[in-house]
Structures are given as C-alpha cells and as structure tokens.
Ligand binder design. Structure first.
Ligand code: CMP
Length: 510
C-alpha cells in the first residue's frame, strides 16, 4: 500500500509538471491532458478503496483492487508518455503530426500493456490466439469495417492523395474542404457550413475529384457560367463582346491567368430549344467563394450583352409554321434583293452597269457568310463563283516558289474577288482567307456569263483589274521589280482580254 502511495505522489507531481509545461509551449494541444487527470483521480480513488479493503481485512477485494491499481498505473504511464512525446515535444517542434499517428501509437501501447497484464496473471496469450480460431474469426468479422476504415485512413495518409486543406468533390457531387483525416473517417466541411463525415474505406472506394490541384501544385479551378443567346446572333460576335468585358478589368475571385474565355456549346440547346448555348469559363482563385464569383461574372456578361444590344434569350422552343404563299415568298425575295442591290452599288467592278443589270445581279446573288480564319477560295481549286465582299476583311495569299504562303493583298468591303479563275477558266490563282467575320454575295459563273453577253464592255473593265492583280501575284511569286511589272501589265491586259472573250465565247468588237 505504501508503495502504491509512493507512486501516487510522483504521478501527481508529473502531471502538475506537464500541465505547467503545456502552458509554456504555445502550440501544444491541451485536450488530452484532461484524460490523464481523470485517470489519476480514478487511481487515487482505487488506492483509497484498497486502503479501506485492507483495513476491513477483505483480502480478495483488495487483490482485485490492487490489480486495477496496477492497470491504471500502466495507463497513466502510457498517457503521460504520449503527452510528453506527441503534444509537448513534437508540437513544440512545430510538427503538425496527424492525429491518427498518436492514436495508433497509444493503441499499440495499450495492446502491449494488456498482453503484459494477461501474462502477469498467468494467461498464455499465444495459445489462446492460436487455438481459438472461432474467437479470431469473430474478432475479425466484428472489426472488418473498422479495420477497413483504419487501413483506408492509413492509405490516405501514406499515398498523400488527399490532404487536409484540399477541396474535393465526391461521387455524389458534393464538394467541400478536407478538414481532418482521422483514423476511422475523414471530416469534410461544405460551403453551406455543414460537415460531412465520410468513412475512410468509402472515400477510398470512390473516384474523388481534388479541385484546384494539378501535378501536386495548387492551381485555380476552372468554372463555367452558362447563358443563352438567340442563335441569329453570330457566335463570334457574342464571344467577342463577352470576352472583352470579362477581361477588361479584374473581377474579385477570378484569376488573371488564364484569362476568361467563352465558347459556343450548342446552336440549339439540347437540340430542341431555339437558342444558342454559351459558356464563359473563368478560373477561380478562392474555392470557398464559387457562387459569389460566378455571380460577379454573370453581372459582367449581362451588362456587356445589354451594351451590345444582344438580348439574353429565354430558353424557348419555337415551332415555325408558315404557309408559303406566293405573295409572302415574293415579299421576302424583294427584301433580300433590295439588301443585295444596296451592297452591289459600291463595288468598283459594277460601276459601269445600269440599274437593270444591277437588279439582275441582285436577283442572282446568294449570301455567303464566313467567320474569321475561314478559307474562302483555295489556290489551285476549280472556280464556280465570283465573290462580292460586302462586309469585313479578307487577305489574299499566294504560295511562293518554296511553297510558303505570302500575303499579296488585303481586301476590304466593298470589294470583289474570285474573278480571275472564273473569267479565264484557269484554277484559282490565290487563296483568300477571311480575316474578320465577313459577309459575301456569290454570283455563279453562268449568271455572270449572261451579264457579260448583255454588256460585253464589262470584260474590258475586268481585264484591267485582272491584269493588275495578276501582275501583283507574279511579282510576289517571282519577285518582279517596278519596270518589269509595268511591262508585264501591258502584255497581260491584252492576253487576258482575249482569254476572257474566248472562254465566254464573246465577240471581239469592243
Ligand atoms: P481567283 O484566282 O479566281 O481566286 C483567288 C482570287 O484572289 C483571285 O481570283 C483574285 O480575285 C484575288 N486576287 C489575286 N491577287 C490579288 C491582288 N493582288 N489583289 C486583290 N485580289 C487578288
């Protein structure tokens, strides 16, 4: 008894010393200190009971109490050692060790202590475990889930696939920030201020998206804001307007790099709604503020579209039922013809035509829009159309002797191109590429031929323009100087006029 009392005092003094040291180490977590305190109080109570049992000469009770006191001494030693090692020393050194490590170390120490106690009481643990297959199976089954979670926790820690602080998305689409990976479960806090407790085994069994981390580096997370615009507005215009607005000034929560960009996802939403679907993608700096940042982005998009007078479309399904009565068709045709006629007025090539011929051309013209970067004619291809450029800009390119494409000329509306091959029957002399979104009117070869039969002098106008363009092409291909260009001009013009007349079967009096 006095021996036990002798131990109570050092335990008490040790705990007081530990408590004092905990005050000195600023980062040391004090939550586990209390457990040792409770064990000490329990130990003191058992010692008191032991004293009373001795006094009452209740020797069998005293034997049991002495055993309990010994067990508590072991527990106290283990707990105080863990406090000193983990909470004081390791925390004091600034190592933020995972809780699971502490729990495993203490758990292993408890097991060893239990083994020691059983051995001391005369139990043969090895034979118990070895012979009792049933007990082992029952324990195995009972611990199956727990062991799975424990192993899961260890695996998560070991392979470092998910870390505390990471933002993750689970298979059920819920997102949150990993707060703690504990020995049985992982604690995930959602943006809605809720906490998800996910068993580690379950976490390992599913595909988890770690948001905003790539190649082990924290990167901004890409977000997409969707909006719909009537599909009659050109996607390139909508994208330009929105991208300009999103990039014009910083938006809180949006990374400057990569810069926001927009795409047209669909020209008819879900292949049924009569609206085009767009998505503006931006990179989120702060994953906690996703909704708020998306809202800022939507505000920008909304304002930009309103400024450009592009209305946001309501998701709508329109079923057009129109009766094609001849009057309605004629009205539509008249409207188109008026627009085309307007566009043809300013084209140099048709300056000498009278109102009737221009009206004829307007009748024959077909609209042909191209977006920036598209090829309109390809060098070497067979020609079917003459193009009148009514809106936008294009570039004429020709392949030089080494096969490299060289820019020969810029074409700006109002202008025309594609006449060379059409007039002479040779393949396209150059490639024409849309530099911006362009609007063209196309005239087919036969319609144009009919016009020339009515007004053969147009061949003369064209031959002059054609000769000049051809000389420029030759200069680009063969590197002619100014004098060579002039000489070439004279001979080209005569040759071209003859070639055009022959190709179209025109008489030669004009
Ligand atoms: P075509 O050869 O039918 O197809 C390519 C067109 O590019 C060509 O007709 C001309 O209309 C145009 N083109 C070629 N060279 C020039 C130039 N120097 N300036 C403007 N247009 C040109």
């Amino acid at each position: 008894m006095t021996g036990a009392l002798r131990l109570l005092i050092p335990f008490f003094l040790g705990l007081v010393l530990l408590a004092a040291l905990f005050r000195l180490v600023p980062r040391a977590p004090r939550r586990r200190l209390r457990r040792s305190g409770i064990l000490l109080v329990l130990y003191a109570l058992i010692l008191l009971a032991l004293f009373i049992a001795h006094e009452a000469s209740a020797e069998s009770v005293a034997g049991g109490l002495a055993y309990a006191a010994y067990t508590l001494e072991l527990l106290l030693v283990i707990n105080m050692a863990a406090l000193t090692l983990f909470d004081l020393l390791l925390h004091g050194m600034g190592w933020d060790y995972p809780d699971i490590l502490h729990d495993l170390a203490v758990g292993a120490a408890y097991l060893i202590a239990a083994g020691w106690l059983m051995h001391r009481s005369g139990f043969n643990i090895t034979s118990i475990v070895a012979t009792s297959a049933v007990v082992t199976a029952v324990i195995g089954l009972a611990l199956q889930a727990t062991l799975g979670n424990l192993v899961g926790g260890l695996a998560l820690r070991a392979d470092d696939s998910i870390r505390e602080g990471d933002w993750v998305e689970l298979e059920n689409k819920s997102q949150g920030q990993v707060k703690q990976i504990r020995w049985r479960h992982t604690v995930i806090e959602t943006r809605d201020w809720d906490t998800m407790i996910v068993p580690n085994a379950q976490l390992l069994a599913q595909t988890i998206r770690v948001l905003g981390r790539r190649n082990d580096e924290v990167v901004p997370h890409r977000m997409t804001v969707l909006f719909c615009v009537d599909f009659r507005f050109s996607p390139s215009q909508v994208i330009q307007v929105v991208d300009d607005a999103l990039r014009s000034a910083p938006i809180a929560g949006v990374a400057a790099e990569p810069a926001p960009n927009s795409v047209c996802f669909d020209l008819a939403r879900e292949n049924r709604d009569s609206v085009a679907l767009y998505g503006s993608r931006y990179w989120l700096n702060n994953l906690a503020a996703d909704d708020r940042t998306s809202s800022f982005v939507r505000e920008r998009i909304h304002a930009a579209l309103r400024r450009a007078q592009i209305p946001l479309a309501m998701p709508a399904t329109a079923i057009f039922l129109s009766q094609d009565d001849p009057e309605r068709v004629e009205r539509k045709r008249q409207r188109e013809r008026a627009t085309y006629l307007d566009a043809l007025q300013d084209v140099e090539l048709f300056a000498r035509l009278g109102a009737e011929e221009k009206a004829y051309l307007a009748d024959m013209a077909r609209p042909a829009p191209f977006c920036a970067g598209e090829l309109i004619t390809r060098q070497g291809a067979t020609a079917h159309w003459l193009y009148v450029l009514t809106k936008g800009q294009a570039e004429v390119r020709v392949a030089d002797a080494d096969g490299h494409a060289r820019k020969v000329a810029d074409l700006k509306a109002p202008s025309f191109f594609g006449e060379m091959a059409l007039m002479t029957g040779s393949p396209r002399e150059a490639t024409v590429v849309a530099v911006s979104d362009v609007e063209c009117l196309r005239l087919d070869k036969d319609d144009f031929k009919r016009l020339m039969e009515r007004r053969p002098e147009i061949a003369q106008d064209i031959s002059a323009i054609l000769a000049q363009r051809r000389v420029e092409l030759l200069a680009a291909r063969q590197g002619l100087d100014a004098e060579a260009k002039d000489q070439q001009m004279v001979s080209e013009r005569g040759e071209l006029l003859a070639a055009i007349r022959e190709f179209f079967g025109l008489r030669g009096e004009n």
